[in-house]
Write a protein that binds this ligand. Structure first.
Ligand code: SF4
Length: 668
């Protein structure tokens, strides 16, 4: 039996090392690499099942290009060869460019894989084409990127997890590593020398395992952050020298902080004042790490929340120093990756069309004046985008060319004119740059793709060639791409493939060591740039309006058993997660006369969804908890939780405010 060492490229902080056992050239099993610093011999439960299930299931994988023969949404196709599929798509796209302009072609993509080549190289084709990008981060985390860019100049220069060796406190705010970074939950947090504090409306397994847990009301994070800052100031924990040298706007904030006492915070957030005091002091004494989760900013005022929480490292000097820092995401540029080169930014001709928000996708697709084609790759919007019913209706437009590249016949693919079979991470060489650890990892091809499936990069090379684009960058091969990607690291592909993962920094990397890339070169708590964009100059201690009587706030975070919508078709995982459910606090259930196993319909102006009732005191009163990621076509209701999502935007970045959705519950 042969073993291939590779890396998991899912949308996950961990970037686990993987061992693929082969027998007679076929995958026998996929397991965690015992020698890998994160995996320690184990994959998370979803990947353990999905990589040994759907990913290698010949009945589920797409093996040949498909052309639609039924009505849109029926998922009736006929096989077609690559040359025919590519030339038909290229001809259709070319005609759209001539008649309607290239901006009417929508390029929708996200994190179906996070391996660098297959997540970024296809952008070269779309840049050359002049397509309109459906801004990927708007369905997830763009408010955080915008907000932190105002404050620190970048949202992609985070702490080095290795700094946990010297940190006295790790504050996890609005993140649930037990689902989104299972190994960080299992090892990094549990083995941390400092105390772990978790702030989350849901008592997640990470929260339950913490030294201190603050269960706040959803939408009250900014008020809690201001109360932390109040305590830090009152107790002399502000780093005056750091603030004087590096921070703009503290003097303006001090006036606001005065009234944000722990008692005030208790009334605003539901967190006992004593816990606010304790947690604020522990963080303020430092050295401290702050992990700002993506769920934190999926709220109506998510940008303000991120600016408010982002004050804390600045006031306490817990940034730009060894053993301290904050993390939203670590960008691959710390590993020497030039994103502009990889995505072919230079291929844009003239003015690139303005991107649209994923929150507007259904509306834009319903409008023939704004959209004539949709190309989806690394994304399954019918499962993951808001306004699910409206989106499906728009996808039935006969005058809309829809092309989907995927491993599986997804809910979105069911509406496609052409479905193109994509290779999985087991079937192509690539590079993985974790967005948590400052590492580079090799994704090594273990087996051939099934049937005629091709990696994303090759699909778009062929499309570019058929459209007559002669730019060399559009045909750059895998070997050259890998070599270029590794140029800044000083590691060869052979060395990386042998090691699996390499760390690029001998000592924990200090974030913002080169300074803060803001207009002033300082941390801008008061931001003229934000003000010029129509936002308040300072973050505000705001709290969302309470839900109207009879309504609950719907929280739909990641399931520990699914990776966004990936694995939603895996047979074993579907059995494991059981019927779609909504979890309610015992008080909410009792008040409605509901018991475990009853059915309720969640309803709002966008849609309705019938779910089975679970009862859990991990969920606070006022909340309906229903994780995302299920495939609508596999549900009894024919829909998932996005049927209730109106696509409301956050205060910044045109991003998803999905954790602000309100629903009423109708028994039955
Ligand atoms: S999804 Fe994350 S935890 Fe699971 S195997 Fe991949 S990297 Fe590891």
């Amino acid at each position: 039996m042969e073993t291939v060492r590779t890396t998991c490229p899912r949308d996950c902080y961990d970037a686990c090392g993987v061992l693929v056992a082969l027998e007679h050239g076929r995958v026998k099993h996929v397991r965690g690499d015992p020698g890998h610093h994160v995996a320690r011999g184990k994959l998370c439960r979803k990947c353990s099942i999905g990589y040994n299930g759907a990913f290698i299931d010949p009945e589920l994988r797409l093996t040949t290009p498909l052309r639609r023969v039924g009505a849109k949404g029926e998922a009736r196709f006929e096989p077609v060869g690559w040359p025919d599929a590519i030339s038909a798509i290229a001809a259709h796209l070319g005609a759209i460019v001539q008649e309607h302009g290239s901006a009417s072609i929508l390029n929708a993509h996200y994190t179906g894989t996070c391996a660098l080549i297959d997540t970024a190289f296809p952008q070269r084709f779309f840049n050359r084409l002049g397509a309109t990008e459906v801004e990927p981060d708007t369905v997830c985390n763009n408010a955080g990127h915008v907000a932190l860019s105002y404050v620190y100049g970048s949202s992609l220069d985070g702490f080095d997890p290795e700094a946990a060796a010297t940190a006295e406190c790790i504050l996890v705010w609005g993140a649930n590593p037990s689902a989104s970074a299972p190994h960080a939950h299992d090892h990094w947090l549990s083995e941390a020398r400092g105390q772990v504090i978790v702030i989350d409306p849901i008592r997640t397994p990470t929260a339950a395992a913490a030294d201190t847990y603050l269960q706040l009301r959803p939408g009250s994070d900014a008020a809690l952050a201001f109360a932390f800052a109040h305590v830090i100031r009152r107790d002399g924990l502000v780093d005056d020298a750091f603030v004087a040298e590096h921070v703009l706007g503290y003097d303006e904030l001090e006036l606001v902080l005065e009234g944000c006492t722990p008692a005030w915070a208790e009334a605003q957030t539901g967190v006992p004042a004593s816990l606010v005091e304790h947690a604020a002091r522990a963080y303020g004494r430092g050295p401290s790490l702050l992990w700002m989760g993506q769920g934190l900013q999926r709220q109506p005022r998510g940008g303000n929340v991120m600016r408010a929480v982002g004050m804390l490292p600045a006031l306490t000097g817990n940034v730009r120093r060894p053993g301290s820092g904050f993390l939203y995401l670590n960008g691959s540029d710390s590993r020497g990756v030039d994103s502009d080169w990889l995505t072919g930014a230079h291929l844009v001709r003239g003015d690139a069309p303005a991107p649209i928000s994923q929150m507007d996708l259904a509306d834009v697709l319903a409008d023939p004046g704004r959209s004539r084609a949709l190309v989806c790759w690394n994304i399954n919007p019918v499962a993951s985008s808001p306004e699910q019913e409206a989106l499906r209706a728009a996808l039935t437009r006969e005058d809309l060319l829809t092309v989907v590249c995927d491993l599986f016949l997804t809910d979105t693919a069911a509406y496609a004119d052409f479905v193109l079979p994509a290779a999985s991470f087991l079937e192509s060489d690539d590079i993985v740059a974790s967005y948590f650890h400052h590492t580079l990892s090799a994704q090594v091809k273990a087996v051939e793709p099934p049937g005629h499936a091709l990696r994303n990069a090759e699909i778009f090379r062929r499309l570019a060639a058929d459209m007559g684009y002669d730019d060399q960058a559009l045909q750059e091969g895998d070997g050259s791409l890998i070599e270029q990607l590794l140029t800044g690291s000083g590691v060869s592909w052979e060395e990386l493939a042998r090691a699996g993962t390499v760390r690029l920094y001998a000592e924990p990397r200090v974030q913002f060591a080169a300074g803060f890339p803001t207009p002033s070169g300082r941390i801008e708590l008061a931001s003229a740039a934000a003000e010029a964009d129509g936002h308040p100059r300072l973050p505000e201690p705001s709290v969302d309006e309470p839900a109207p009587p009879g309504y609950l706030r719907l929280l739909s975070p990641a399931s520990p058993w699914l990776m966004n919508a990936t694995f939603g078709n895996d047979r074993k995982l579907r059995r494991r997660i059981g019927p779609a459910s909504v979890a309610l606090h015992p008080r909410e259930a009792a008040g409605r006369g509901l018991h475990k196993g009853d059915h309720v319909t969640l309803r709002n102006a966008t849609g309705a969804l019938r779910l089975e009732v679970e009862i859990s005191d991990a969920v606070p009163p006022g909340v309906a908890y229903a994780p995302k990621g299920r495939w609508p076509s596999h549900e009894t209701a024919g829909a998932n939780v996005n049927a209730l999502n109106p696509g409301s935007k956050t205060d910044m970045g045109d991003s998803s405010a999905v954790h602000g959705v309100l629903v009423e519950l109708i028994p039955g």
